[in-house]
Design a protein around this ligand. Structure first.
Ligand code: IFM
Length: 447
């Protein structure tokens, strides 16, 4: 296929993964357990009872995976470093873990693939007791950032501190469906604050070691549309967006949290210290935006919803425009949410750091015809092309994900890869979407 959306020749095309979701090698090379190892060990937490102990065995198979990436035409790779692999419990460097990432990064550079590393994609060291509910964790993150800058910074042109801190904070501490499984609204807000503080301290720490890295953060802002024009639904949608967006974007630009969020924190708001917001607001070289779908918000009903100020209405599972995980396919949302953010905050250059679909089509006879994902990617790239053509400063796109992988609380039941993984044999099979992307990326684009 030669037709497709058109992008500037300089536009960057990549794929994304995260350490816990693909690496496996869970106790090799001195790796320590993370809160996700602990969470997986608790019965009932993960849909299929699985864990990340082996995952895609990328820890052992990374040379082949990088070769595959190169064959598919990806010139950019976004991945995460496992904090638990590179640092010991007493805060010293773990040479074996660092060696793994040095070999990985060297192999990427040899293949002409530019790495984009995320320092924290949810796999918090389990020994940091209290996790993101303790301020101390933000300082330990800064130590970790400085260590990576020192040990691996020469191979890392672009680094993000956190991936989707909303998930760590709110899925982990309000809904309790992600590690560490806490269900307490004020705690979720405290975790969000400490995560953003960690981001700011992390950038300061990195820049104290080296200044030649492009530094940023990856967020998953959400478009929250009201279920109706009723004032209660409109107010609910606004509160949902404050939580999803303002809680994370305000600190980046030295703005205080909305009063509603501070109120929801109750007495815990006192743990936000004067000067914290300014620490969060370090200069950003880029921002990564992850986009999958939108949400529909309604006035709250249950006690937990009343504490949040909204409830989300899931789409009717019978609708034809859903991916296999049940998320609405809504490409216009990519443009709507980006424009909303740009109207509110002075964003630096943007990379779409994740976008993709769950499509559980099986592989048969060495092929996988993932039509839901293919249509999803085509519609979102068409939307993205329009956005770029209209002058929005978006520099690149990473598809989520290179490989089917451990999809957190869904275990291995949801497949997001453009490459199918047979978990019994670790056989990789590029899907129809991967072949389409390969052709699309290699097609000449206007200069
Ligand atoms: O798999 C996740 C990823 O770890 C973070 N962003 C969303 C993806 C799909 O749910």
């Amino acid at each position: 296929m030669t037709e497709g959306p058109r992008f500037p020749a300089s536009f960057e095309w990549g794929c994304a993964t995260a350490a816990f979701q693909i690496e496996g090698g869970a106790s090799e090379g001195g790796k320590l357990p993370s809160i996700w190892d602990d969470f997986c060990a608790q019965p009932g937490r993960i849909k299929d009872g699985s864990d990340g102990l082996v995952a895609c065995d990328h820890y052992h198979r990374f040379p082949d995976d990088i070769a595959l990436m190169a064959d598919l035409g990806f010139r950019h790779y976004r991945f995460s470093i496992a904090w638990t692999r590179v640092i010991t419990e007493d805060g010293r460097a773990n040479p074996q873990g660092l060696d793994f990432y040095r070999r990985l990064l060297t192999a990427l550079h040899e293949r002409g693939i530019t790495p984009n590393a995320t320092l924290f994609h949810w796999d918090l060291p389990a020994h940091l007791k209290g996790g993101w509910l303790r301020r101390e964790t933000a300082y330990r993150f800064a130590d970790y950032a400085a260590l990576v800058a020192d040990e691996l910074g020469d191979l890392l042109p672009r680094v993000a501190t956190l991936n989707e801190p909303w998930c760590s904070a709110f899925l982990g501490h309000d809904l309790g469906v992600f590690a560490p499984g806490v269900q307490d609204r004020p705690s979720a807000l405290l975790a969000a604050h400490h995560l953003m503080l960690a981001h700011g301290l992390g950038l300061q720490a990195w820049r104290s070691v080296r200044r030649d890295t492009q530094l940023g953060i990856v967020l998953n802002p959400e478009l929250c549309d009201a279920a109706s024009d009723a004032p209660a639904d409109v107010a609910a949608a606004r509160l949902a967006e404050l939580e999803r967006n303002d809680v994370f974007l305000n600190p980046l630009f030295n703005r205080e949290w909305p009063a509603e969020m501070l109120e929801q924190m109750g007495p815990l708001a006192g743990q936000r210290l004067p000067g914290d917001t300014a620490i969060c607001a370090q200069p950003l070289d880029f921002i990564g935006l992850n986009y999958y779908t939108r949400s529909i918000a309604q006035a709250p009903v249950s006690d937990a919803e009343l504490a949040r100020g909204y409830r989300f209405v899931p789409p009717d599972p019978q609708r034809p425009d859903l991916t296999d995980i049940g998320w609405e396919i809504y490409p216009q949302g990519l443009e709507r949410v980006t424009r909303k953010l740009l109207a509110q905050w002075p964003l630096p250059p943007i990379w779409i750091t994740e976008n993709g679909a769950a499509d559980n089509t099986p592989a048969v006879d060495g092929a996988c015809d993932d039509q839901i994902r293919l249509a999803y990617l085509q519609s979102h790239l068409a939307q993205l092309a329009q956005m770029v053509a209209s002058g929005i400063d978006i520099r690149g796109y990473y598809v989520w994900s290179l490989l089917d992988n451990f999809e957190w609380a869904q275990g291995y039941s949801q497949r997001f890869g453009v490459v199918h993984v047979d978990y019994a044999t670790q056989q990789r099979t590029p899907k129809a979407s991967a072949h389409w992307l390969q052709h699309f990326i290699s097609s000449p684009q206007p200069t």
